[in-house]
Design a protein around this ligand. Structure first.
Ligand SMILES: [Zn+2]
Ligand SMILES: [Zn+2]
Length: 759
C-alpha cells in the first residue's frame, strides 16, 4: 500500500475508508433580545460601543437571574459571549451603587489579565478594575484593597493571600455583591475539591462582615452544570444552557488511521500514525488552497507534522512548502502576530500548532481544523473545532484518532461526541484529605463555630473532632481554634504530601509541579517528561526535598514505568448484588512501588532496555469501584480458567481508558488492579481506584454510571479491528506489567457476563 492510497483527493470529499463518520452541523441563527430594563444605560452603551447592539437570549437570561439574586451558571459553547452574561449585572450594580464591589476568579492569571483588558476597555472609570495575583506589586496591593471595586484574581491568591488577610479586606467583603467564577469546569478532581472549600471559606468570611454575594459561574458545555456548580459553591445554582448565539454550518469528520500490514508474524498489528495522517491531510488541504490549522498535542509532534507537510508539498510543487509553518507556545509575541497576519492574508495556508493556541490567541479566517487525537474533553474539542469558519462560511473539522482506546471508541461511537454533553465535572468536597486541611485553614482565618459546620458538609463535625483529637485544632466554648504559630500549609493541587517541583537544572527555572502521587511514575530518574509541548529528561528525583531536576532534550525514545501494586479492601460503602456478579464502591488501601522503567523507541515501540529504580513503596487510602464475576459465570461466558488473568487485565485497561467518557479525569487520576482471585473478594475481580488519597470522585462516578461505562468499554474492545489487542483497545501505555497477560476476546466475554447480570 502506498502512503496515499487511502487519502481523499480533497478534504471536502471525505470519501476515504478512514472516515468513520461525517456529522453535518447546520447553521444556527442567533436569537437577540432587548437589553433588560434593569441594565444601567452606561453599561449598555459600553457594550454597544464594542459592536454589540443587543444581547443574545442566553446572556440576558443568565444576567437577569443573577440580578434577582439567583446563583447562576452559564454553560454554553465557545464564542457564545458568556462574559457579557456576568459583566452586565456586575457593571450595572457597580454603577448603580457607588460602594458595591465584585470579585472575579479565573483558574489562570492570563484569563484575569484578559478580563482586565476587556473591562478597562469599557471606559467606565468608577469601576476601577484591577488584577490581584502573585505578580501584583506590594505598593499596588494597598491601593487595590482600598479603591478597586472589581478585583480579578485566582483561587491560589484567594487561598494564600486574600482569605488569610481578610481583616484588610473587611470593607471589600462587606460590600461584595457578586462573585464571578469564570471557566468553572477547570475546578475538577482534587484541585476542584480544594477550590470548593476555598469558596466556602470566602462565603463564611463575607458573611462575618455582612456580605452576601450572588455567584455567577461561566462554564464550558458539560454534563449536569447545575449539579457541578452547586457542589463547587455549596449553594443551589441554576443553569442556563440554551445557546442563542449564531453559528455557521460545520462538517465534522472522524478519521481512523488504517491498520498497517503486520511487518513480522508475532508483532501486534499497528495503525498508521496519527501524525502521518494529519500531515497527509494538511498537505491535501494546502494543495486545494484550504486554510487549515492542525492541533497536535506535543511540540515535537507539531514540528514533525509541519516538516513532513512541507516536504510533501515541495515534492508536488517546489516552493509550496513555504506556505506551512509550525506554531507553539514560547514564541515571542511579535512572531505570533506575524504568523497570525500571514494566515489572515493567505500567505500561509497551513499551520501545525500545539494545544497552546487554545489560550488567548486570535486566529480568524480559517476554513478547516485538523485535530490530531482527542484532546481529552468535549470542551477542548469544540474549542479547537470552533476555530474553523470564516465569517459564517461553512467550516470543516476532522478529528484523527490516535492509538488509544478512548480515541478508537469515539470514532466508532460518534453519538458520544455529537448531540449531547458527555462529561460531568467531578469533584468531591467530602474527601477527608481535602476537608481536614481546609478546616484548619478556615479555623486559622476565624474560629469555626458550631453553626459554621453545615457550610463545610456532612463530614465536617467528624473532621473537626478528629483534628481536635490530633491536636491540630483546639476546642473552646466559642468554637474550634487554630492555635499554632503560622498558617496551615495546604496546597490546592494535591493531597499526597508536598507536590514535586520540576526544575530545569541549567536555569533554575520552575517548570511546574506534579502531584506527589504521580511523581514516581512521571518523574523517576531517566523519565521523559513533557511540559507544554517541550520534552525534558529527568536527571534526578529528590524525594526528600520534593524536587525533580530536568534538562531539555528530545531523545528518540519514550519511558514507561513498571510497578507492582497490592490492594486490600478496607470497607464497602455501597454494593449491587447481582447473583454471580457483584459491583462495589468502597475504601481500599493501595500499595504501589515503581520498580523499573523501560525505554522504547519512538515510532516502532521497540524496547531498548529495562532499567531498575530504587524508589520506596507508596501507600494510598482511597476510594475504588470494583466488580467480581464468579468463575462458573466466566466459564459460561466462554473464558477458560487459564485465560482469566488476561481477560480481566484487558477489561481493566479498557475500563480505565473509557472512564474519561463519564467524568473529566485523565489516566493519571485513576489506577487499576485485576486478579483471578482476590483474597478480600474471593473471586475474579477488577478494581479501578482514584489515584489521590481519599478519592476525587472518579470511582464514585464510575459506580453510579457503571452500566453505561462498562457497556462503552465492551463496545470499544469489540469494535477494534485488531486481532489480539492493540493500544487502541486493551493495551495501556501506563501498564505496570508491560501489558502482559492480555486476552482481548476474553475481555469482551468478561464484560458481557457483567452486563447481562447487572440490573
Ligand atoms: Zn485493538
Ligand atoms: Zn496492566
Amino acid at each position: 500500500m502506498t502512503s496515499t492510497a487511502h487519502r481523499p483527493a480533497s478534504l471536502s470529499q471525505l470519501t476515504s475508508p478512514a472516515v468513520t463518520h461525517v456529522e453535518r452541523l447546520p447553521a444556527r441563527a442567533g436569537t437577540q433580545v432587548e437589553w433588560p430594563a434593569w441594565a444601567h444605560s452606561a453599561a449598555v452603551e459600553a457594550f454597544q460601543a464594542q459592536g454589540i447592539p443587543l444581547p443574545w437570549a442566553h446572556q440576558a437570561t443568565a444576567a437577569s437571574l443573577a440580578v434577582d439574586g439567583t446563583h447562576v451558571v452559564l454553560a454554553t459553547g465557545t464564542g457564545s459571549g458568556k462574559s457579557l452574561g456576568y459583566q452586565l449585572p456586575v457593571l450595572t450594580r457597580l454603577l448603580d451603587d457607588p460602594r458595591a464591589t465584585a470579585l472575579y476568579i479565573a483558574p489562570a492569571k492570563a484569563l484575569a489579565a484578559d478580563q482586565l483588558r476587556a473591562v478597562a476597555g469599557f471606559g467606565l472609570p468608577e469601576v476601577r478594575p484591577a488584577t490581584y495575583d502573585g505578580d501584583t506589586a506590594r505598593e499596588e496591593r494597598d491601593w487595590i484593597r482600598q479603591h478597586s471595586r472589581y478585583v480579578l484574581t485566582n483561587p491560589d491568591m484567594l487561598h494564600h493571600g486574600m482569605l488569610p488577610g481578610h481583616e484588610r479586606w473587611a470593607t471589600f467583603l462587606r460590600r461584595l455583591s457578586y462573585v464571578v467564577i469564570d471557566e468553572c469546569h477547570a475546578y475538577r478532581g482534587v484541585f476542584g475539591s480544594h477550590v470548593s472549600h476555598v469558596l466556602r471559606r470566602l462565603r463564611r468570611l463575607a458573611a462575618r462582615y455582612g456580605g452576601s454575594p450572588t455567584f455567577i459561574l461561566a462554564s464550558a458545555t458539560s454534563g449536569d452544570p447545575a449539579g457541578a456548580a452547586s457542589r463547587l459553591v455549596g449553594v443551589p445554582v441554576t443553569a442556563v444552557v440554551e445557546d442563542a448565539s449564531p453559528r455557521g454550518a460545520m462538517t465534522f469528520a472522524l478519521w481512523e488511521p488504517p491498520l498497517l500490514p503486520p511487518s513480522e508474524e508475532d508483532l501486534p498489528a499497528v495503525r498508521r500514525s496519527a501524525l502521518r495522517e494529519t500531515a497527509d491531510l494538511l498537505t491535501d488541504a494546502v494543495v486545494t488552497g484550504t486554510r487549515t490549522l492542525a492541533f497536535i498535542r506535543s511540540r515535537r509532534g507539531a514540528e514533525v507534522v509541519a516538516a513532513v507537510t512541507r516536504r510533501q508539498l515541495d515534492e508536488a510543487v517546489p516552493g509550496l512548502g513555504d506556505r506551512v509553518a509550525a506554531y507553539r507556545a514560547g514564541y515571542l509575541k511579535e512572531d505570533r502576530r506575524e504568523i497570525e497576519r500571514q494566515l489572515l492574508t493567505g500567505e500561509l495556508l497551513g499551520l501545525a500548532s500545539t494545544n497552546a493556541l487554545e489560550l488567548g490567541v486570535d486566529l480568524v479566517g480559517l476554513d478547516a481544523v485538523l485535530i490530531c487525537g482527542y484532546p481529552g474533553t468535549r470542551a477542548s474539542l469544540w474549542q479547537q473545532a470552533g476555530r474553523a469558519g470564516r465569517a459564517g462560511a461553512a467550516a470543516l473539522a476532522v478529528m484523527i484518532a490516535r492509538d488509544d482506546p478512548l480515541d478508537t471508541y469515539l470514532v466508532h461511537h460518534p453519538s458520544a461526541l455529537f448531540g449531547r454533553p458527555v462529561e460531568a465535572t467531578v469533584l468531591d468536597p467530602g474527601n477527608p484529605y481535602v476537608l481536614g486541611p481546609q478546616l484548619c485553614c478556615a479555623a486559622s482565618e476565624s474560629p469555626i463555630t458550631k453553626a459554621d459546620l453545615a457550610l463545610f458538609g456532612s463530614g465536617a463535625q467528624a473532621a473537626v473532632d478528629g483534628l481536635t483529637e490530633a491536636g491540630a485544632l483546639r476546642r473552646r466554648p466559642t468554637g474550634w481554634y487554630w492555635t499554632h504559630t503560622g498558617r496551615p500549609e495546604v496546597d490546592l493541587r494535591g493531597t499526597g504530601g508536598a507536590p514535586v517541583q520540576v526544575v530545569e537544572s541549567s536555569t533554575g527555572r520552575l517548570l511546574g509541579t506534579v502531584d506527589a502521587g504521580s511523581s514516581h511514575v512521571m518523574l523517576h530518574t531517566g523519565a521523559v517528561y513533557l511540559h507544554q509541548g517541550v520534552t525534558f529528561v529527568v536527571d534526578d528525583l529528590d524525594l526528600e526535598d520534593a524536587v525533580a531536576l530536568v534538562h531539555q532534550e528530545e531523545p528518540d525514545w519514550s519511558t514507561h514505568a513498571r510497578d507492582v501494586t497490592d490492594l486490600s479492601v478496607v470497607s464497602v460503602r455501597s454494593y449491587v448484588d447481582a447473583g454471580p456478579v457483584g459491583l462495589f464502591l468502597g475504601e481500599v488501601d493501595v500499595t504501589n512501588q515503581v520498580v523499573s522503567y523501560q525505554r522504547r523507541r519512538l515510532g516502532s515501540g521497540e524496547v531498548i532496555d529495562t532499567r531498575p529504580l530504587d524508589l520506596p513503596p507508596r501507600e494510598l487510602r482511597t476510594v475504588a469501584v470494583w466488580f467480581t464475576v464468579s468463575p462458573p459465570a466466566l466459564e459460561a461466558a466462554g473464558v477458560e480458567p487459564p485465560d482469566f488473568p488476561g481477560a480481566l487485565h484487558a477489561a481493566e485497561h479498557a475500563a480505565i481508558g473509557l472512564l474519561p467518557l463519564m467524568a473529566t479525569c485523565d489516566r493519571w487520576d485513576i489506577g487499576g488492579l485485576s486478579t483471578a482471585n482476590h483474597p478480600d473478594t474471593e473471586a475474579p475481580t477488577v478494581f479501578v481506584y482514584d489515584g489521590h488519597p481519599g478519592g476525587a470522585g472518579f470511582a464514585e462516578r464510575a459506580y453510579e454510571t457503571a452500566a453505561a461505562w462498562l457497556r462503552a468499554t465492551r463496545d470499544a474492545i469489540a469494535a477494534c479491528g485488531c486481532e489480539a489487542g492493540c493500544p487502541s483497545c486493551v493495551q495501556s501505555p501506563k501498564c505496570g506489567n508491560g501489558n502482559n497477560p492480555l486476552h482481548k476476546p476474553g475481555a469482551v466475554a468478561v464484560l458481557d457476563a457483567v452486563l447481562t447480570n447487572l440490573p
